[in-house]
Design a protein around this ligand. Structure first.
Ligand SMILES: Nc1ncnc2c1ncn2[C@@H]1O[C@H](COP(=O)(O)OP(=O)(O)OP(=O)(O)O)[C@@H](O)[C@H]1O
Length: 270
């Protein structure tokens, strides 16, 4: 299976500090990766490289067989779906949900004078239905709940049938029920035979949907462990990643983690 993403000895330096340092990582088309790590570890920076939004300070990044620095990124970007709250902030709040998804066909936010083909409208409507948003098609984006906005971001990212889908913390700030609904939808999408390679950044193992195959654990701009979830997502690796003794459990493909110290730190009644 050919790689869709290849990092070779990649470093990103900001203000003389390496925020990624010597990263080697390969993602193939049949893999769905979780990127997990503490605040400031470098997760979003990894996604920005994969999304061709930034270039490495050192090393080589290849995306969909093209090497950053030697390719017109504007030709590459339509092949990549990217959902993040930073992108969502650029969506005009008065835009309808249907138009937020539809405008992905032209890689713009905010409908202007573009003429959309019937096939684009049909695809947008199908994607909205798949993500349980069809009843909201005519609603203004700015009036949606957080959970609905997150689903619209993902629907927009997959509108163009990308070869690589990048999701930056899609379940952040969601309540339990809304998170579970999203994790279930993501699991169904990731498990489908025709789904693209996916890379999803998260802070929580509870947000890992079934159907994801690999995990990259990052800390301080470097990789702690990378590989198939079954072998790599271990209490030992998580403890090293978060610098905390962590207990991990798994049931039916879903994970739960807690600090081992948490249960022992109860304050005795006076
Ligand atoms: N343009 C920049 N200039 C200086 N420092 C930066 C810049 N971009 C990111 N950083 C720093 O690099 C580190 C990694 O940032 P990044 O956003 O990739 O981490 P993250 O793992 O996504 O964090 P979080 O989980 O908090 O979102 C952080 O310490 C951040 O402050």
């Amino acid at each position: 299976m050919p790689s869709v993403l290849q990092f070779s000895d990649v470093s990103v330096v900001r203000n003389l500090n390496p925020i990624l340092d010597g990263v080697d990582w390969t993602v193939t088309g049949d893999q769905r990766w979780i990127v997990l790590g503490p605040n400031g570890a470098g997760k979003t920076t990894l996604l920005q490289l994969a999304a061709t939004l930034i270039h490495p300070s050192k090393g080589t990044v290849s995306v969909l067989d093209e090497t950053l620095g030697r390719v017109d990124v504007f030709e590459l970007r339509p092949r990549i779906g990217f959902a993040s709250s930073a992108l969502a902030k650029r969506v005009p709040p008065e835009e309808t949900v249907l138009d937020v998804v539809l405008t992905a066909a032209y890689s713009v936010t905010g409908r202007w004078v573009e003429q959309y083909e019937d096939i684009d409208v049909k695809r947008a409507s199908r994607v909205l239905a798949e993500w349980k948003l069809d009843h909201l098609a005519d609603r203004r984006f700015g009036t949606l709940s957080d959970g609905e906005q997150k689903r619209v971001q993902i629907a927009r990212a997959i509108m163009t049938d990308p070869e690589l889908l990048l999701l930056d913390e899609p379940a952040a700030s969601l309540d339990l029920g809304t998170r579970e609904e999203l994790v279930e939808l993501l699991g169904g999408y990731a498990s489908a035979d025709d789904s693209p390679a996916i890379i999803m950044v998260t802070h929580h193992v509870e947000e890992i949907p079934v159907g994801f195959t690999h995990v990259l654990l990052v800390r301080d701009g470097g990789i702690v462990a990378a590989g198939p979830i079954a072998e790599t997502l271990t209490a030992e690796h998580l403890s090293e990643t978060f610098d905390l003794p962590i207990e991990l459990s798994e049931e039916d493909g879903r994970f739960h983690a807690r600090s081992v110290r948490a249960g022992r730190s109860a304050v005795a009644p006076s």
